[in-house]
Ligand binder design. Structure first.
Ligand SMILES: O=C(O)/C=C/C(=O)CC(=O)CC(=O)O
Ligand SMILES: [Ca+2]
Ligand SMILES: [Mg+2]
Length: 400
């Protein structure tokens, strides 16, 4: 409950309170919390209350806040919950509520390192069938470790950024030689991204049970993928230019504390994992995404079906002693469920172009210039409230 007007069905009810960076007019960008259709401007509220460390709310990225760690994240959440629940705060807060329509949302944090996993069994099986039709779809390592690769942090962009169609080398199996040109198989990947707050030390793996100490929250991710570039370049070192041209994230970072109400146990893993990946407390999130292609709903991938938990991903990416930094982003990998209308990429939805979709009356396989894709996602908790992640959107511009 809250004294603030929150429209029915809003992704940003009073239990959620995600954080982001907004710009109002020509003022300096700073931190805000989403509540209903409004942004709470945190810096003036915190400084009027002489809150300890209130200067972090005036910064143009979340990084300083993220570096504070779990006790401070928790205290901030308690403070925000009290602000929105307790009507005594109305006079202090109301002047600092700004309509979201009046602000521009920016990239919420400076991305340190970016890692992309491959944690959906359905997606990995589908892509195995499409990319490697003559072998077993799941490679022998897949159920022993969360497969991933290091991506390009500098090309992570915020929702609303236009995506220029990339060029590169392509060679279909039937072609004699590679050619250079614009990607003809531009695709999306629906993913959940985990945002690291507290760093770890070089040489010290992060134990699987320490996930909550390091990860602050989540964002929506669209890992744009040029399938023709990818198919030719990826053996044996994995994705490179087919993925690195742009990755879009949503502007609001939803805290793990808010998402806790939507936790579900991880499904049993068979074969059993090695001890550094094992824990009694492995959880997943009951989040459902929606994919809109030029406004038409084409898929609803379910996160709860993911094979690897985010805690296992963090334990694995640091097990060799690699440290994590404030602002690291690691993405789950494409989220695909068992049903056709739960697939998280167009290569799967159109079965590599062989089974076109009908989008607003037109046949579609991969993205054409001018197309716009919007991904939304939310969890409904057992007590019936909704924790929304907002949306991430991007439009394809012609390449040069
Ligand atoms: O199976 C492959 O060769 C590669 C598949 C992907 O596109 C990898 C990827 O980006 C990971 C993911 O999003 O699940
Ligand atoms: Ca991906
Ligand atoms: Mg990408």
């Amino acid at each position: 409950m809250t004294w603030i007007n929150v429209p029915d069905g809003s992704p940003f009810g009073p239990e959620n309170l995600p954080l982001g960076i907004f710009r109002a007019g020509d003022e300096e960008p700073r931190m805000g919390a989403a509540i209903g259709d409004q942004v709470m401007d945190l810096a003036p509220v915190a400084s009027a209350q002489m809150l300890d460390g209130s200067q972090v709310f005036a910064e143009p990225t979340l990084n300083s806040f993220l570096a504070l760690g779990r006790p401070a994240w928790h205290a901030t959440r308690e403070w925000l919950l009290d602000l929105v629940r307790n009507e005594n705060n109305r006079d202090a807060v109301e002047p600092h509520l700004i309509p979201q329509s009046a602000v521009t949302m920016l990239l919420p944090f400076e991305v340190a390192d970016y890692v992309d996993f491959y944690a959906s069994e359905q997606h990995a099986t589908n892509l195995g069938r499409l990319f490697r039709p003559d072998s077993e779809p799941l490679l022998p390592n897949w159920k022993h470790l969360p497969v991933g690769y290091h991506g390009r942090a500098g090309t992570v962009v915020t929702s609303g950024t236009d995506i220029v169609r990339p060029s590169g080398q392509r060679k279909a199996p039937a072609d004699d030689a590679p050619t250079y040109g614009l990607s003809q198989r531009l695709d999306i990947e629906v993913e959940l991204g985990f945002v690291v707050g507290s760093p770890s030390k070089l040489g010290e793996p992060v134990p699987v049970d320490d996930f909550m100490d390091h990860v602050y929250g989540v964002v929506l991710v669209n890992d744009w993928s040029a399938r023709d570039l990818q198919a030719w370049e990826y053996v044996p070192l994995g994705p490179f230019l087919g993925k690195s041209f742009a990755t879009s994230i949503s502007p609001w970072v939803v805290s793990l504390e808010a998402l806790e109400a939507a936790e579900v146990p991880l499904a049993e893993q068979e074969p059993a994992v090695l001890p550094y990946l094992a824990s009694e407390n492995l959880a997943n999130y009951d989040i459902t995404f929606q994919v809109y292609w030029n406004g038409q709903l084409v898929s609803s991938p379910p996160y709860r079906e993911m094979y690897w938990s985010p805690a296992q991903m963090l334990a694995h990416l640091s097990v060799n002693g690699a440290s994590v930094r404030t602002g690291d982003l690691y993405a789950s990998g494409t989220v695909s469920g068992p049903e056709k209308d739960q697939r998280g990429s167009f290569i799967e939805l159109s079965w590599a172009g062989r089974e076109p979709l009908t989008v607003n009356g037109e046949e579609r396989t991969f993205l054409v210039d001018g197309d716009e894709v919007t991904i939304t996602g939310s969890a409904t908790t057992p007590d019936g409230h909704r924790i929304g992640l907002g949306s991430v959107t991007g439009r394809i511009l012609p390449g040069a």
